[in-house]
Design a protein around this ligand. Sequence first.
Ligand SMILES: [Fe+2]
Ligand SMILES: [Fe+2]
Length: 241
Amino acid sequence: MAPTPLLLRSAAATSTPLRLTTSTARRLLSTTPQPAASTGTSTNETKPKLKPLTPSQKAFLSSALRVNQAGELAATLIYTSQTPPLLRREPHLRPLMSHMYEQEAAHLLTFNTLLAKHRVRPTALYPLWSVLATGLGWGTAMMGKEAAMACTEAVETEIGGHYNGQIRTLLEMVGQWEAEGYDVGEEFRELISTLRRIRDEELEHLDHAVEHDAQKAQPHWLLTGVIRAGCKGAIWVSERV
Ligand SMILES: [Fe+2]
Ligand SMILES: [Fe+2]
């Protein structure tokens, strides 16, 4: 089966300018293969067409989806491994830990679905990130509540910035398409709003961590510094491998 084009834009990749009817536009956004559009139109609609993605835009999107999935996998594993040792000493944190875990599991499901839909390969280092994330979660929880929360603070600081960077790049693409008179496409707009929602949820986790004494971890600067450097490295590698 041929790969599904990223964000289905290459369906419009033709050197012949298209005048899309509403139904044609719907077909471009559909995930179901559609018969070729009839050229004998009975309408004069002049809906703007989607601009095909450039190779570098495709590469950016593939790498963004891949690294996001790896990050969300790591997040679910951090919370999974933190929760048992943490709740043994701090059982009142159960609702908070469940809430954050459930949001991470939903983020992971979102990116699993997007990777499968667009035939993007996951990071080759999936097993390594799994081991490291599990170790990080368990290790910080064994150090105590403050260290566990400092871990969340550090991770979410990096991840929040990471999602913001992606959103900025996608908005630049949108601005450029709009300036050139192209349609942005519902699927692309939906991706941006998904990333914004996930970014906001990550920043909510960051707030929860600070409210639960993350900054009382000892030594806070060292713990968060090491974890943030690790996240930066993992992001850099997962974007490429
Ligand atoms: Fe997440
Ligand atoms: Fe998170």
